[in-house]
Design a protein around this ligand. Structure first.
Ligand SMILES: Nc1ncnc2c1ncn2[C@@H]1O[C@H](COP(=O)(O)OP(=O)(O)OP(=O)(O)O)[C@@H](O)[C@H]1O
Ligand SMILES: [Mg+2]
Length: 370
């Protein structure tokens, strides 16, 4: 391609290969014998296969675990040479499945002779994550409305039961066993009441008291609250703080709740022994915002534990209210975290596999610089 610089006579050429290499989407060219003849950098990253390994090898061999892709290439190589579009999971040599959209176009020379096929691959991971997020938000909103209705209905008679138990205790005078029973009634009523309050919290739109905060101070405050548990148990705490992080814009109380819930979960998962690593970092890539919100920069906090991790079949449910694998858990901890982070305009993610620990990552917007 020839480029003419403005006001200058000189022409210079940009080699096509440089253009293809710089593209953010993956490009793979397959010749008419079905062998790979070009792979750009983005395609190397997506397929996790270096070009040196892919070049001159049959596409049907390299992508044998992604049958849908081979079918699309075959279609473009058929006598009709038809172009196709599709979506599917690309299986990498390391066993990862990457969701991609694929466009296969036949490559022809100027006389219309078929030379091969061009594969254009676009990574859909981010989009899938956003779709998951939306679905989850919908599910939560539905559950929240239902739960709030229920909580209201339960709170009123509960107040009556507690009041009656208090009266009974007074009436019983010095009878110790009645006092003991009524104490249990009052305590348990308080427990249900607290649970109902948490449930109502899930569905109420929170009034965020936003302020400019130092994330490290906040994290250290939370750690102080859990200090006793960390010390009692043999848990090694590692802080990987990035001291250059700017202040964040958040509600101190609500965010404290988030990190407290996450740390509690990690400590419970490690069951008294293990390593908890807290890392803070600035978001470097492009951050997708919700419509209507201003574009902002973000920081991330990663909480990594080396506990038993989360089973694959549990992963889609852990943020849903009442999902718990603990005998004494309510399953509200992560649902509350999710709601609070969502209201801050941030994201909460988890990466975990069974036996390999869990990492919860939370992003929060940076305070606007004045
Ligand atoms: N760090 C972790 N390691 C392993 N599993 C986890 C971790 N964090 C959460 N989980 C799983 O997610 C489930 C839901 O967590 P959540 O905090 O919502 O509820 P809970 O801890 O069970 O109960 P609650 O927080 O209300 O006391 C847990 O029961 C557990 O199975
Ligand atoms: Mg919890």
């Amino acid at each position: 391609m020839k480029i003419q610089e403005q006001g200058q006579e000189a022409e210079f050429e940009i080699p096509w290969e440089n253009i293809l290499t710089s593209l953010e989407d993956g490009v793979i060219v397959v010749d008419r014998l079905g062998k790979v003849s070009f792979v750009n950098q983005a395609a190397e990253m997506l397929t996790q296969m270096p070009a040196s390994q892919a070049l001159r090898r049959p596409c049907s061999l390299l992508f044998r675990k992604s049958g849908w892709l081979i079918d699309m290439v075959k279609k473009s190589q058929s006598p009709q040479h038809s172009g196709t579009r599709g979506e599917g999971d690309l299986a990498t040599p390391w066993g990862r499945q990457v969701p991609v959209s694929l466009t296969v176009s036949p490559l022809q020379d100027r006389y219309g002779r078929f030379l091969g096929s061009i594969l254009l691959l676009h990574d859909l991971t981010r989009r899938r994550e956003m779709e998951e997020d939306l679905k989850r938000a919908d599910r939560l909103a539905m559950l929240g409305t239902l739960a709030a209705g229920l909580a209201h209905e339960i709170k009123n008679p509960l107040g009556g039961i507690k009041g009656a138990a208090q009266l009974l205790r007074r009436e019983a005078g010095g009878n110790p066993s009645i006092a003991q029973y009524t104490d249990i009634m009052i305590r348990e009523a308080d427990r249900v009441n607290l649970l109902m309050e948490q449930l109502l919290d899930l569905s109420r739109p929170a009034k965020l008291n936003l302020a400019s905060l130092n994330i490290h101070e906040l994290l250290d405050d939370v750690l102080l609250l859990e200090k006793q548990t960390v010390q009692e148990r043999q848990v090694a705490l590692k802080k990987n703080y990035d001291p250059s992080l700017p202040p964040i814009r958040a509600d101190r109380g609500q965010l404290t709740q988030v990190f407290l819930n996450l740390i509690k979960n990690a400590l419970q998962a490690m069951n008294g022994r293990g390593r908890l690593t807290i890392t803070t970092r600035i978001e470097t890539g492009f951050h997708i915002r919700e419509p209507g919100r201003k574009r902002a920069n973000f920081i991330w906090v990663d909480m990594e534990d080396d506990g038993p991790g989360i089973r694959e079949e549990d992963l889609p449910h852990i943020f849903s209210p009442f999902f718990t694998t603990k005998s004494n858990g309510t399953g509200l901890g992560l649902a509350i975290c999710y709601r609070i982070i969502k209201e801050h305009g941030g994201l909460i993610r988890v990466e975990s596999s069974e036996g390999k620990g869990a990492t919860f990552s939370v992003s929060v917007p940076v305070a606007e610089q004045t």
